[in-house]
Design a protein around this ligand. Structure first.
Ligand code: 5GP
Length: 121
């Protein structure tokens, strides 16, 4: 898999506003926030898309959700709540091909999160 900007953030080659880090994951503020609170939780292991999550990654992906909850609590938004999103490939709006959990919070978020004329049969 080719290196992404997130590998550079993990390797501290480019700066990020880091909220949590350990040997498995990194959480940092999104550079282009879509809500008053918007951070990303990424695995240090480079996995390109959610289609590429292997059986051996199941615990890691669960851990990403636990860190999303922990950081949300640290930021004081866990009780009011938040939204987690993982975009996959072009129709999902993925732009960085290293899986990441978006965590959006700080206001009541609308639903559905898109405008679509698509009719689901
Ligand atoms: P995607 O569109 O792939 O689901 O989300 C990628 C996210 O990464 C976007 O929300 C974008 O703002 C964020 N992002 C892209 N480059 C950088 C960067 O260099 N630093 C930070 N902190 N966020 C980034």
């Amino acid at each position: 898999m080719s290196e992404t900007i997130f590998t550079k953030i993990i390797n501290k080659e480019i700066p990020a506003d880091i909220l949590f880090e350990d040997d498995r994951v990194l959480a940092f503020k999104d550079i282009n926030p879509q809500a008053p609170v918007h951070f990303l939780v990424i695995p240090k292991k480079a996995i390109a898309t959610t289609n590429d999550i292997a059986q051996e990654d199941e615990a890691l992906v669960g851990y990403m959700h636990r860190i999303a909850a922990k950081v949300s609590a640290d930021l004081g938004v866990a009780n009011d709540g938040y939204r987690t999103v993982m975009n996959c490939n072009k129709h999902g709006g993925q732009t960085v091909y290293h899986i990441h959990l978006h965590v959006l919070a700080g206001k009541a978020l609308g639903w559905p999160p898109y405008q679509s004329k698509l009719k689901i049969e």
